[in-house]
Write a protein that binds this ligand. Structure first.
Ligand SMILES: Cc1cc2nc3c(=O)[nH]c(=O)nc-3n(C[C@H](O)[C@H](O)[C@H](O)COP(=O)(O)OP(=O)(O)OC[C@H]3O[C@@H](n4cnc5c(N)ncnc54)[C@H](O)[C@@H]3O)c2cc1C
Length: 380
C-alpha cells in the first residue's frame, strides 16, 4: 500500500472521523486518518458521553432522525467494538432524570412532555416520594421531574480507544500528530491533502476537524461556520454518594460513572480556542452540583478540564458534499451532541462517499442551507 495515496483521507481523528473510518474500513475502502494531535483528544475526549433515549415513533425533525438512528446504532456498536477489540466502551442504559426547580422550568418541562410523548419516547413524570425513592439524594427543592429509563451513556475516552483499535485492525492508516496544511485542488476537484508529513493523493477527503473545520475549509474558499463552544467539566470522586442516574437541570448535569466518579458539567462559553479551566466556571459547576445533589459536598475533586465543541450556524451538523468541489465532503458542527450522533453520521456519510443514497435525507444538513429549525428534543 502506497502511504502517499488513499481512496479517502479523513481530516480529524475525533469521534466523528474515527467512526466514519470504522464504517468505511468495514466496506473495504483504503483510507488514512490524519490528526494534528493525538487521536480522539479533542472535544471527543472532553465530552460527558450522554446518549438520548430512542423514539418509538419515526421522528420528523431532521436532527431527531439522525439522533434516533445514532442512539440505536450505539447499542450495536458497543457490542461489535467489544467483540472486535476487547475494549468495553462503557455503554450502558443508566437512565436519566430531568428536573425543574422553578415554575418557569416546570412549565418548560410540561411543554417538552407533549413533544416527547408525540415522539414515542419512554418517560415517566415523577414528584415527591416517588422521585425520592428513585434518587434519594436529590434536593427537596424539585418542583417537577421526568425520568427517562432508556437514557444511556458511554465512557467516551474508552469508546474512542476502541474505535482506534478497531480501525487499525482493519488496515486504516492513522497519522496522529500530523496537521493538514491545505487541501490540494486541480481546478475545482480535490486531488490531494497536504500534511506536515507530505502529500496524500486521494479521490475523496472528508473534513471532520471539529471546531477547526472552518479553518481547513477556508483555505479552498469554502465558508462554513464552526465556532468553538467551550465546555468545562469537573470530575468528582463521590464514592457511594453518587446518584444512580444522569441528572439534568437545563444545560447542567451530573453524570455518574460506575466507579463512583461523577462528571459535573458543563459550561457553554465563546472563548476562542482557549481550553484552560477557570475558577469562576468551576465554582458555578460545583455550586450547581451541590444544589442538585447536596450529598456531593462530601465528594473529593479529582480534576477539571475543558473541550471545544464544534458549533454551527444553527446547532445542526453539516453533513454532505461541498458544492462545486467534487471529492470534498464535510461532517462536522455537531455541537453538544457529537458523541451520540457519531455512528449515524458515519453510516450516512459512508453511504454518500460510496455513491449510495444515504438512508436519511441529508438535505437539511447541507452546508449551504439557510438557518431555520425548531428546538431539539434534548440539549445533548
Ligand atoms: C464539556 C463537553 C461535554 C460534552 N458532552 C457531550 C455529551 O454528553 N454527549 C454528546 O453527544 N456530545 C457531547 N459533547 C460534544 C461532543 O464532544 C462533540 O460534539 C464531538 O466530540 C465532536 O467530535 P469531532 O470528532 O467533530 O471533534 P473533535 O473531537 O474535536 O475532533 C476534531 C479533530 O480534528 C483535529 N484537527 C483539527 N484541525 C486539524 C488539522 N488542520 N489537521 C489535522 N487534524 C486536525 C483535532 O486535533 C481533533 O482531534 C460534549 C462536549 C464538551 C466539550
Amino acid at each position: 500500500m502506497n502511504p502517499h495515496t488513499a481512496d479517502v483521507v479523513v481530516v480529524g481523528g475525533g469521534v466523528v472521523g474515527l467512526s466514519l473510518a470504522y464504517q468505511l474500513a468495514s466496506q473495504g475502502v483504503d483510507l488514512v486518518v490524519v490528526d494534528q494531535g493525538p487521536l480522539g483528544r479533542g472535544s471527543s475526549w472532553a465530552g460527558a458521553g450522554m446518549l438520548a433515549p430512542p423514539c418509538a415513533l419515526p421522528p420528523t425533525d431532521p436532527l431527531e432522525v439522525l439522533r434516533d438512528l445514532s442512539v440505536r446504532l450505539h447499542a450495536d456498536w458497543a457490542l461489535a467494538l467489544r467483540e472486535q477489540t476487547g475494549i468495553d466502551t462503557g455503554y450502558r442504559k443508566c437512565g436519566g432524570i430531568e428536573v425543574a426547580l422553578t415554575e418557569a422550568e416546570a412549565a418548560e418541562l410540561e411543554e417538552m412532555r407533549g413533544r416527547w410523548h408525540a415522539a414515542g419516547i419512554r418517560f415517566e413524570s415523577m414528584a415527591g416520594a416517588d422521585l425520592a425513592r428513585l434518587e434519594s439524594g436529590l434536593t427537596s427543592g424539585i418542583l417537577a421531574a421526568v425520568h427517562f429509563p432508556e437514557k444511556a451513556q458511554i465512557r467516551n475516552p474508552w469508546h474512542v480507544r476502541a474505535l482506534v483499535s478497531a480501525v487499525s485492525a482493519r488496515g486504516v492508516r492513522l497519522l496522529p500528530g500530523c496537521a493538514v496544511r491545505s487541501l490540494v485542488m486541480s481546478g475545482e476537484r480535490l486531488v490531494a491533502v497536504e500534511t506536515e508529513a507530505g502529500l496524500i493523493a486521494c479521490g475523496q477527503a472528508v473534513i471532520c476537524a471539529g471546531a477547526w473545520s472552518e479553518r481547513v475549509l477556508a483555505g479552498v474558499g469554502v465558508t462554513v461556520s464552526t465556532p468553538p463552544v467551550k465546555g468545562q467539566i469537573v470530575l468528582l470522586d463521590a464514592g457511594g454518594l453518587a446518584p444512580g442516574r444522569i441528572v439534568e437541570h437545563g444545560s447542567q448535569y451530573l453524570v455518574p460513572r460506575q466507579d463512583g466518579r461523577v462528571l459535573v458539567g458543563s459550561t457553554e462559553e465563546h472563548a476562542g480556542f482557549d481550553v484552560r479551566t477557570t475558577a469562576v466556571a468551576i465554582q458555578e459547576l460545583l455550586d450547581e452540583a451541590l444544589r442538585l445533589y447536596p450529598d456531593l459536598e462530601k465528594a473529593t475533586v479529582e480534576t477539571a478540564w475543558a473541550g471545544l465543541r464544534p458549533g454551527s450556524m444553527d446547532a445542526l451538523p453539516y453533513l454532505g458534499a461541498v458544492p462545486q468541489r467534487p471529492g470534498l465532503f464535510v461532517a462536522t458542527g455537531h455541537l453538544r451532541a457529537g458523541l451520540q450522533l457519531s455512528p449515524g453520521t458515519a453510516v450516512v456519510m459512508a453511504d454518500l462517499l460510496m455513491g449510495r443514497t444515504p438512508r436519511i435525507d441529508l438535505h437539511p444538513f447541507r452546508i449551504e442551507r439557510e438557518p431555520e429549525r425548531q428546538a431539539p428534543l434534548f440539549r445533548s
